[in-house]
Design a protein around this ligand. Structure first.
Ligand code: DPP
Ligand code: ZN
Length: 852
């Protein structure tokens, strides 16, 4: 296996001045002519030119300044084409190649492929090399001039349209870009169109392209785009820079979406939405991802990454920006809480296991395996910490300098930190460890109360457990936000950000009349695991009184986890939680979305992670039973209150996805989920029949499946939506997810035999396999059935689409934490994959890291 090292970075020895591409599209034999205007770099004289290009490219012609070179000067080896220095002019020259490719045979959804009869592309990270020979690396940038020959009615590429006639379209993108931002679409598409006038008064044409018939589900995406463009002007001063912005929805797509310059390509699930087909969660995700991809125009496209080790430079920052956007559009506390939930569920989990890696990794085999929660979500947290440390104003100054200094560059994390140092004068040497060191720090907090002096001393200790290849971790800078609450529930010290820089450090609070309760890690000021001595009564106190919404929610979460981990180990627990939650649920002053978040018990995966962090081997069946037990007790203790919420939180009138309405539905559904434990599923059955929106319908369906009475509803839904892929994806996912654990793998296996289990469609595959993986006790069934089913399908998928098999293999990443029997079964499944003949580089890297 070939390992790429950050330390090996060398600039490309040629400057690429311009790229001209000519496509003659045909499903089995597309011809691509590439004209690259190149200049040898003065300080790199005499080097061979190495171009990337997949082994499947059929090279039909190659000329340099119009002349064919001596064939002995051109060599193909693996995924490269080398032209000997002796055949290259010392002056600027034009290299022209013609290749033939077969999009119809491309099942990997990488490069140029066909989805639903439409030609489309996906080039990040290294897909462009499957289209033509090219220096396929992000630090080689050029303006593109693209001509498409095709009889498809709609022909799109990056930049501005400059020519259109029968069977031909030409696009020019004046902004130099790396190949990973190239895109092309050709198909039978229709647009919903609008326009946006930028802050300097330029009018930009906006189009969302979908398949005929889907127009009425594209409006929300368009609204989201317009909001995003406006927000980026107002908050970051960033203006759009082309005459047109196109979004295209594609059914077969490996990622969520892709920020190609001026031509974003989206997984259709992140564009199409109507009340009958999309949930509130879908709407919120669409708004967030549209924003994310749009924001990449500055953080990613105008300023890109020098190499793929710097992926977090654009992804961490763009996630941070889309999180800010969503906070501004919706409820900021709710957004923060759900982001932290996701971070813990995905990134802490990653950090705890064999796939842990730094936010900026220093080696990889396959870069596609590094589009991870660590790069994205932890990458965003790191920026949030930076912002706290330098303050809002410092952050804005640093960002202005970043855009100013690096516009047009392929930059690094060093460049990024330098900008902050220069703009604010702060030394970030120690802070940089957040980028280079993997693992989630643990922070222990110890309180020392001196009643005579009215002084509280907080002692904080940090340590980070070893991760693969990194044994010792020096202390980091940890912004630790703290407030103090007096015995009567009033805040006695407002939020103060302590900067923990040593392994152990003490901070004092003076002038206190009585011992306060510490509200710690407010706003989740750093992505760490907090350990403190605290009892359930104090947690309940914080849940009742904390003025910081995150810390308040966290107190409830802790209370729930304390109960659930006790129950899962056969001890008693939950009294305080059940009592406290009743108060909160009945608090009509509190935001319904917040109350819903508090009523939703932590998932089984999160309970397992908490147990592991405290040195206990998690038992998936015991965890499942504990969670069911606590939910039932909540329902029994608060039946009237929950039934009241269920009835009163109905949203009247036509469906609207706005956050207030969504919040009421969320609370209603949270109440339903608990009541479902004691009403046998009666409410869910009624709701499924009458709900006018997908949010409530899916919630009801999931409740019915949990009560073993989902059959009629499932049949009704399949009949109604047989032709709607996105709804059927939900239908495939909910069954293994909500199934009793012992039946989950068998149910998944039965669904996999259906003719509409179109497994090569990434969404459909993810629905079924991801649905099973989300059933913690089902995936980790003691008989190994979940592991075997998953491994079988990953092996099958690996032959068609290695990015998907590798990505979905992370279902196994927690295997080392379970009991010996489960470990043996999981390891057997992993070994079976490792030994598969013809395993892809993608899956091989993942499996070998997990086995190591
Ligand atoms: N399209 C993916 C994203 O936006 C990768 N850049 O995160
Ligand atoms: Zn991104």
């Amino acid at each position: 296996p070939m390992t790429h090292l950050l330390a090996d970075y060398r600039p490309y020895p040629f400057t690429l001045k311009a790229t001209a591409l000519e496509f003659h599209l045909a499903s089995q034999s597309t011809r691509v002519i590439a004209r690259l205007s190149l200049v040898p770099k003065a300080d790199a004289g005499g080097q061979d030119m190495v171009l990337d290009g997949g082994s499947e490219l059929e090279l039909r012609a190659l000329t340099i300044n119009g002349q064919e070179p001596d064939p002995r000067m051109v060599m193909r080896e693996g995924e490269t084409l080398t032209i000997r220095a002796a055949a290259l002019p010392a002056e600027p020259f034009v290299l022209e190649t013609e290749v033939q490719i077969d999009p119809s045979a491309n099942t990997a959804c990488e490069g140029l492929y066909i989805s639903g009869g439409m030609f489309c592309t996906q080039c990040e990270a290294e897909g462009f090399r499957h289209i033509t020979f090219y220096p396929d690396r992000p630090d080689v940038m050029a303006p593109f001039d693209v001509t498409i020959h095709s009889d498809k009615p709609v022909l799109l590429s990056n930049g501005n349209p400059v020519q259109r006639e029968a069977g031909l379209a030409r696009w020019q993108d004046p902004w130099p870009k790396p190949a990973y931002l190239f895109a092309l679409v050709a198909g039978d598409l229709v647009a919903i169109s609008d326009s946006f006038t930028t802050m300097s008064g330029r009018k930009v044409a906006l189009n969302v392209w979908v398949r005929p018939g889907d127009e009425d589900r594209a409006g929300f995406a368009m609204e989201s785009l317009i909001k995003s463009m406006k927000w980026d002007e107002e908050v970051y001063g960033r203006e759009y820079d082309l005459d047109v912005f196109n979004i295209v929805a594609v059914d077969d797509f490996n990622m969520g979406a892709m920020e190609n310059k001026g031509l974003n390509i989206f997984n259709s699930k992140l564009v199409l939405a109507s009340p009958e087909t999309a949930t509130d969660g879908d709407y919120e995700r669409i708004e967030g991802v549209i924003a994310h991809e749009y924001f990449h125009n500055w953080t990613g496209n105008r300023i890109t990454c020098r190499d793929w080790f710097q992926l977090c430079l654009k992804e961490g920052l763009t996630v941070f920006r889309d999180q800010q956007f969503t906070s501004d559009m919706r409820s900021a506390p709710v957004k923060r809480i759900t982001d932290v939930q996701a971070l813990r569920a995905r990134q802490f989990r990653e950090d705890q296991g064999p796939l842990a890696h730094p936010v900026r990794p220093d080696h990889y085999e396959e870069i596609n395996n590094f589009y991870t929660a660590t790069i994205y979500e932890k990458g965003a947290e790191v920026i949030g910490m930076l912002r706290q440390l330098v303050g809002e104003e410092g952050y804005r100054k640093a960002l202005d300098l970043y855009f100013d200094r690096h516009d047009g560059d392929a930059a690094t994390i060093e460049d990024w930190l330098q900008v902050f140092e220069d703009a604010t004068g702060r030394d970030l040497t120690q802070f940089k460890r957040w980028y280079t060191d993997a693992g989630t720090p643990h922070v222990e907090m110890h309180e020392d109360w001196n009643a005579d002096d009215g002084r509280l001393t907080l002692t904080l200790r940090q340590s980070t457990p070893p991760t693969p290849g990194q044994q010792d971790k020096p202390p980091r800078v940890i912004p630790f936000a703290v407030g103090l609450i007096g015995p009567n529930g009033q805040e006695v010290a407002a939020t103060r950000v302590l900067e923990l820089t040593e392994a152990e450090q003490s901070f004092t609070f003076d002038g206190l009349g009585a011992r306060p309760v510490v509200s710690a890690l407010r706003g989740f000021s750093a992505p760490v695991i907090l350990k403190r001595e605290i009892d359930d009564a104090t947690r309940a106190f914080l849940l009742a009184h904390d003025s910081d919404p995150f810390a308040r929610w966290e107190a409830g979460r802790d209370l729930a986890l304390s109960a659930l981990t006790a129950l899962a180990q056969g001890r008693d627990g939950g009294e305080d939680y059940v009592a406290a939650i009743g108060q909160l649920a009945g608090d009509d002053q509190a935001d319904p979305a917040f109350r819903a978040l508090c009523l939703n018990l932590p998932g089984e995966e999160e309970i397992a992670t908490r147990l592991t962090a405290s040195g206990v081997t998690p038992d998936p069946d015991a965890i499942h039973a504990a969670r069911e037990d606590l939910a039932r007790r909540m329902a029994e203790a608060h039946t009237d209150l929950l039934a009241g919420l269920y009835d009163s939180m109905v949203v009247k009138g036509p469906y609207s996805p706005d956050s207030d309405s969504a919040a009421r539905r969320a609370l209603r559904i949270a109440a339903l989920g608990l009541l479902n434990r004691i009403d046998g599923g009666d409410r869910a059955e009624v709701l499924f029949g009458i709900a006018g929106n997908m949010t409530e319908r899916m919630a009801a369906l999931s409740c019915l499946i949990r009560r073993g009475r989902g059959q009629a509803a499932l049949t009704a839904m399949a009949d109604q939506f047989a032709d709607n892929r996105l709804v059927m994806d939900k239908w495939f996912a909910v069954q293994p997810m909500a199934a009793p654990p012992a039946e989950a793998a068998a149910i998944a296996a039965r669904l996999a035999r259906r003719p509409d289990f179109d497994w090569k469609n990434p969404n459909r595959f993810r629905s079924l396999l991801g649905g099973l993986a989300a059933n913690h006790a089902g995936f980790h069934a003691a008989d190994g059935s979940g592991y075997d089913f998953t491994a079988d399908w990953l092996m099958k998928m690996d032959k068609a689409n290695p990015q998907i098999s590798a990505r979905m293999s992370t279902a196994f990443e927690t295997w080392p934490r379970y009991d010996a029997g489960r470990r043996a079964a999981a390891l057997a499944a992993l070994n079976r994959m490792a030994e598969m003949e013809g395993i892809s580089r993608n899956l091989r890297e993942m499996v070998s890291r997990m086995i190591a």
